[in-house]
Design a protein. Structure first.
Length: 96
């Protein structure tokens, strides 16, 4: 919708706009989504799988370095934030 801001109202409410998919997803995650929601997608008339996505190998694995908790902890301690940005910090939280 934001990309059609300059083009007017008719292009913003175009029903085909929602059928255009762009982005990246890991192959195993896409396969899991397709398998898990196959009945739901079929009952609503959605396609069995989405085309037009860039597939990455494997599965997305969560890590501490991209978590919201790390950014929250680094905001609490500005010196630790600077060390982390410079790559000098090996900060990991203690297991609880």
């Amino acid at each position: 919708m934001a990309s059609s801001r300059q083009e007017g109202l008719l292009s913003a409410i175009d029903p085909d706009l929602g059928k255009q998919f762009r982005g990246r997803i890991h192959e195993d995650d896409l396969a899991w989504l397709d398998d898990t929601f196959a009945d739901y997608n079929h009952s609503l008339g959605y396609p069995a799988t989405v085309q037009g996505l860039e597939l990455l190998p494997g599965r997305a694995v969560p890590s501490w370095d991209v978590s919201r908790r790390l950014s929250w902890r680094l905001r609490q301690k500005p010196f630790r934030y600077i060390l982390h940005k410079l790559g000098l910090s090996g900060y990991k939280p203690r297991p609880q």
